[in-house]
Structures are given as C-alpha cells and as structure tokens.
Design a protein around this ligand. Structure first.
Ligand SMILES: NC(=O)c1ccc[n+]([C@@H]2O[C@H](COP(=O)([O-])OP(=O)(O)OC[C@H]3O[C@@H](n4cnc5c(N)ncnc54)[C@H](O)[C@@H]3O)[C@@H](O)[C@H]2O)c1
Ligand SMILES: [Zn+2]
Length: 352
C-alpha cells in the first residue's frame, strides 16, 4: 500500500515538484517556511531544493554543524531564538533538509516550538530516506545518552528525492543499505531476496527499493506509533549493533558507523535465530558472507568483547539482568523479546 504522506516520483513528476505542489496547497496559506540544514546539506542539497521547489525560494534557512553533535538542546534553543527573531508564528513550517541528525533535531524543535508547529522531512542520506525521516520519532541527545529527550511527532510529509544521494560519501551510503536489509528481513521475504540480489558493491539499489523500504517502515510505525508492540521488530540487529557500535568507539582502531554495526548485529542475531527460532542456515550463511565481504572479519579483543556484553546489559530496552533480542523464524517473520544467555552472546559474537 502506498503511503500518502511519503512523496516520491510518480513517474510524471519528480518528488520535489510534488512537494512544491503540496506546499502551495490551501493548508499552508499564510505559512512561512524555514529550511533547516547542516553544513554539508546547505552546500550540496539546498541549491537543488530551492531551484525545484518554487514555494521555498524566499525561505530563510538555518544552518547547524554536520553530524550527531547538532542533536543538542542548546542547538535547538538557538533555532527557537532564530525563529522568534524572524517572527515565526504557529503557522510556520520547518523543512528539514538533511540526514537523520537534522531530521531528528528539526522534528524535536518543531514539536516544542509554540507547543508544536508543522514540519516536513526532506531526507538527504539513504539512512534517513528509508528509516530516520519516517515514523515520527524526534529526539536530541542528553549527556552521553542518545535520543534521551524527544517526542513522537509526525511530519506532514516526507519527500524522498534520490538525486540528493549523488554527493553522499560511499560509507554513508553503505550504512543505509544495512538498515534497508534490516527492514526487508523483518517484514518482506520477496523484497529481501530482491534486495540481496541488487546489493552489490556499487550499491546499485534502485529508487523503487528505497521507496518500498520507506513504505514498509511507514506502515509498521502507523500500526504501532508509540513503539509498544510491532514496531519493536525494527530493532532487529540493534541490541548487538548498538553494543558493538559503543564498544568499537571506545576500543576499536576504526569506529564503525551505526549501519555497519547494525550489519554485524544482524549477523549475530541471524546466527542465534538458526539455533533458537528455526531460521534456515542458508539465509544466515548468505547474509554473513555478504557482510564479511563488505566489512571484513572482525576480531574482537577480550576487552572489546566484555564491553559489548556490558553494553548489552546496560541497554535501556532490556529488562534488568536479562538480554532480549528480536530474532527471526524466517525472513519476514520476526519474533520479539527472545531471551539470550551470555554464553549464547559470546558464541554469536565469535561468528562476525
Ligand atoms: N528518528 C528515527 O526513527 C531514527 C531512525 C534511525 C536513525 N536515527 C538517527 O539518525 C541519525 C543518523 O542519521 P544519518 O546516518 O543520516 O547521519 P547524519 O544526519 O549525521 O548524516 C551523515 C553525514 O552525511 C552528511 N550528508 C547528509 N546528506 C548529504 C548529502 N546529500 N551529500 C553529502 N553529505 C551529506 C551529513 O552532513 C553528515 O555529515 C542518528 O542521530 C540516529 O539516531 C533516527
Ligand atoms: Zn538503526
């Protein structure tokens, strides 16, 4: 089912033209648009946005520093001050032009400004197109803890224009492909096979696959907006992934991106799925081989291994003293809250 709040090329009109049409509709009469970007997207993506979207030609824009650091309360406050200075009222609309960091920050700022103004996501990374921009989770980080403060607050539209990916560094692109593999693995067997066939080193993943993935996330999050049930399956690979990401940041020679860590986390979770929930060995084997060809064999030192396990116990999503994971019975058949022992975790970490 196609989602009406995700805009993408309909074959006649490109996504940005559909966005233009949307912004010129009656619901925005008297609205002012404020574009939020980071130092990279203002350079690489803003020119295309304003040239294609006439409605945004006169818009003011705000620039934040690129990267995770912008998901910060002081940055949000600066944005609110900027909006106030410009006289932004309750009809103002924030247009987030960027990856997951900008979308999370801008959504957060919109949710709180004057108790909530509208916003639109225009994702510019693959990860944001298929994941972060969709589903209405907004957040900033507090202290060392990611996404600690935020709102469930939906954007009016998510506009997916794959042309933005042309300037995205290869490693960021790779990061997004792992999240795509995750969504298809938990939700759609046919798409998963199709995706795996296309998932070559040159990332020749067609636009249609990007739209399909964003749509699946949209459908799942619509059915379970507040993340109390089905939406949890989107955490597949993330219990291991977050723990690996954190440990490699601390001890690894080369930090892993979020998507890369999730890729490794999915290998661990698929391995355990073959032992505990009946996932066919071949599915695990093919996926593990693909990840190995992209990221190489991992050699966790004993210290890194201990930190990963410590991180898994500290994960706020786990009940005290127990580690629970999303596992697969098969592709497209995820099961939540499967308890795994420390021994099983050590065993699984050995296979990546
Ligand atoms: N809200 C959600 O549901 C959700 C889901 C997944 C991830 N996230 C969040 O998303 C964030 C990660 O998102 P991300 O991977 O997109 O990272 P990001 O937003 O930090 O972008 C990665 C880098 O790419 C640059 N960039 C973006 N678009 C570009 C383009 N078109 N050309 C060149 N450079 C470009 C950015 O400036 C940045 O340096 C994390 O903060 C994570 O917590 C949120
Ligand atoms: Zn993720």
């Amino acid at each position: 089912m196609k989602s009406h709040n995700i805009l993408y090329s309909n074959g006649h009109l490109p996504a940005l033209k559909l966005l233009d049409r949307h912004l010129k509709s009656k619901q925005y009469l008297g609205s002012r648009f404020f574009i939020l970007g980071d130092s990279n997207t203002i350079d690489h993506c803003l020119p295309l946005l304003v040239s294609e979207v006439g409605a945004l030609q006169e818009s003011e824009f705000f620039e934040v520093e690129a990267g995770e650091g912008c998901k910060d309360l002081a940055v949000a406050e600066n944005l609110w001050l900027g909006l106030m200075e410009s006289g932004a009222d309750r009809n103002a609309v924030i247009i987030n032009l960027g990856g997951g960091a900008v979308c999370d920050l801008g959504g957060f700022a919109a949710a709180a400004y004057k108790r909530g103004i509208r916003y639109i996501n225009v994702p510019t990374t693959l990860l944001a197109m298929v994941d972060a921009a969709v589903g209405g989770k907004t957040a900033i980080n507090v202290g060392d803890i990611k996404n600690q403060a935020g709102f469930f607050y939906l954007p009016q539209r998510v506009c997916i224009e794959p042309a933005f990916l042309q300037t995205l560094p290869q490693r960021e692109l790779l990061s997004g492909t792992f999240e795509m593999a995750k969504t298809f693995a938990v939700a759609d067997k046919e798409r998963y096979s199709q995706f795996c066939r296309l998932w070559q080193n040159d990332f020749s993943i067609g636009e249609e696959m990007i739209y399909a993935c964003a749509n699946i996330k949209d459908q799942i999050t619509k059915r379970d907006f507040k993340d109390t049930g089905e939406r949890k399956i989107l955490n597949f690979g993330h219990t291991f992934g977050h723990a690996i990401e954190g440990a490699m940041l601390k001890y690894g020679k080369d930090a892993l991106s979020h998507g890369e860590a999730v890729g490794l986390g999915m290998v661990c979770a698929m391995y355990l799925s073959t032992k505990k929930t009946g996932l066919p060995e071949k599915v695990y084997g093919d996926f593990a081989q693909k990840v190995r060809s992209l990221l190489g064999k991992q050699h966790f030192t004993p210290k890194t291994m201990d930190t990963i396990i410590y991180n898994m116990y500290a994960d706020k999503k786990n009940a005290v003293g127990e580690i629970r994971c999303v596992l697969l019975k098969d592709i497209g058949e995820a099961v939540c809250d499967i308890s795994v022992s420390e021994e099983e975790i050590r065993d699984a970490l050995g296979v990546v």
